[in-house]
Write a protein that binds this ligand. Structure first.
Ligand code: FAD
Length: 474
């Protein structure tokens, strides 16, 4: 033990208080376990402080400003005056409310909170170094540990996040003053969400992407309406280019990107936001001490109970396999806590929904038609376009469609892909339907409120059954 160390014991030590870790800690507390949650930075993790919540706040605020200034079709003429510093303050207020809530909920559930950076210090032991000079360290002896240390943005060689014009998503969401122009490296979901925010706030946005399209995890039909709308907002796309360096000019910077043939293209800009993905944080945990080794992606392999190769160590969220999503992290946190408490619990990743908060939004769950065929199903597909939805037309947002995928023989719903207004909300109904083992008939015969966007899910199910009313059947 280091001089100044204190030593404590706990049933469950949770490392990292993001949506994985704090949910695991609260659930463990609810189940009567003695639980200690260690966080080195801020309660709520990436999600509440720098990711999901601040980005969605800025998406909403920039959307309000944009809508207000573009509603002439509805007879509304306005030229909104945006104070970005106030917008960012409002966003920070939302974040503070939520992170404060996390701390209160943890305490109310008996969770022992420790501020500091934890690493493994041997089997069944963590060492926590408290922040700041002279604040000491402590050793925590645990029965079970849950690793929920999340992820950090991947840096592109040549672009150091410490250099002023180079931004990661966290820095971009904290800017109290907007640049006139911004190059966004990466057309994945973070790059696309943030390019929409900045374009709606009047920044001249250029997206530079190595692949030949945006949102590579989605099919062309899903990505197309998002790209079309982004182009309408003035976002300039350049595909097949890998950004490799930047240099200062008198009044800004030049970002250079190379094509596959080595030819360089230059982009003049004020700021460059690098959003090429995230990597798990497992390299700072001294995993050797507990006998764990990350896989090639830097993640900790886990089983259906979120357990790693070491019996009493669990891994959840962005450090565990699967999509890097907050709700997936939280569900894994609940499962890990319940397994530790001896409850029958297991992970079921069949129906993990995902959303992209672009304009229009994307919401997906379960299998696509191709996935279903690859898994041996005989898929049947039904679609409903939002331009046939009364409610979509009344909102002024009628791009996109709902697609449902089911097994032809049994009718069981297998998946849904939605691109359009409120897709992130609409997908919840179909996620529940999949979890409940619902069939197309169940969704089609459920009375949906009129006029709502949710009627489109019912119509898509009816379409798959060959009797849609408000669109033509095949
Ligand atoms: P994190 O939230 O990253 O939390 C990990 C915590 O561990 C951090 O607080 C960190 O400080 C702490 N920590 C790390 N190492 C140590 C240590 N050694 N000791 C103590 N503490 C430590 N997901 C969605 O589902 N929906 C969205 O809309 C969405 N939008 C996003 C937008 C952006 C811009 C970004 C960046 C991410 C977004 N995500 C979204 C992803 C989401 O934020 C992550 O999937 C989620 O936060 C993962 O949760 P986690 O608990 O695994 O890790």
């Amino acid at each position: 033990m280091v001089v100044g160390d204190i030593s404590t014991g706990t049933d469950v030590a949770v490392v990292g208080a993001g949506p994985g870790g704090y949910v695991a800690a609260i659930r463990a507390g609810q189940l009567g376990l003695d639980v200690t949650l260690v966080e080195k930075d801020a309660y709520g993790g990436t999600c509440l402080n720098y990711g999901c919540i601040p980005s969605k706040a800025m998406i909403t605020a920039s959307g309000v400003a944009h809508e207000a200034g573009h509603a002439e079709e509805m007879g509304v003429y306005a030229d909104p005056d945006v104070d970005v510093a106030e917008m960012v303050d409002w966003k920070d207020g939302v974040v503070d409310q939520l992170t404060g809530g996390v701390e209160k909920l943890c305490k109310a559930n008996g969770v022992n909170l420790i501020e500091g950076r934890a690493e493994f210090a041997g089997s069944d032991k963590l060492r926590v170094v408290h922040g700041g000079d002279g604040q000491g360290s402590e050793t925590i002896e645990y029965e079970h540990a849950i690793v929920s240390t999340g992820s950090r943005p991947i840096e592109v060689p040549g672009f150091d996040f410490g250099d002023d014009p180079v931004l990661d998503s966290r820095q971009a969401l904290a800017m109290a003053e907007l640049p006139a122009s911004m190059v966004i490296v990466g057309g994945g979901y973070i790059g696309m969400e943030l390019s929409t925010v900045f374009a709606k706030l009047g920044v001249d946005v250029t997206v530079v992407e190595m692949l030949d399209g945006i949102l590579p995890q989605y099919g062309d039909d899903i990505a197309r309406p998002v790209r079309q709308r982004a182009e309408e907002l003035g976002i300039d796309f350049h595909f097949g280019l890998a950004a490799d360096s930047w240099t200062e000019t008198g009044d800004g910077i030049v970002v250079t990107a190379a094509g596959e043939d080595g030819e360089e293209t230059e982009f003049e800009t004020e700021k460059v936001l690098v959003a090429v993905g995230r990597q798990p944080v497992t390299d700072t945990l001294n995993l050797d001490a507990v006998g764990l080794e990350p896989n090639d992606d830097g993640r900790l392999e886990t089983d259906h109970e979120a357990r790693t190769d070491v019996e009493n160590v669990f891994a959840i969220g962005d450090v565990a396999p699967g999509p890097m999503l907050a709700h997936k992290a939280s569900k894994e946190g609940e499962v890990a806590a319940e397994v530790i408490a001896g409850e029958p619990a297991a992970l079921d990743h069949q129906a993990v929904p995902a959303a992209v908060f672009t304009d229009p939004e994307i919401g997906t769950v379960g299998l696509t038609e191709d996935d279903a065929a690859a898994q041996g199903f005989d898929p049947v597909v039904g679609t409903f376009p939002f331009n046939a939805s009364g409610r979509a037309l009344t909102t002024g947002h009628d791009d996109g469609f709902v697609e449902v995928v089911a097994d032809e023989e049994s009718g069981f719903l297998l998946g849904a892909q939605i691109v359009g207004p409120e897709a992130s909300e609409l997908v919840a109904e179909l996620g529940l339907a999949i979890e409940m083992g619902a069939t197309l008939e169940d969704v089609a015969s459920t009375i949906h409120t009129h006029p709502t966007l949710s009627e489109a899910t019912m119509e898509a199910a009816e379409h798959a059954l060959g009797h849609a009313v408000h669109t033509l059947n095949r």
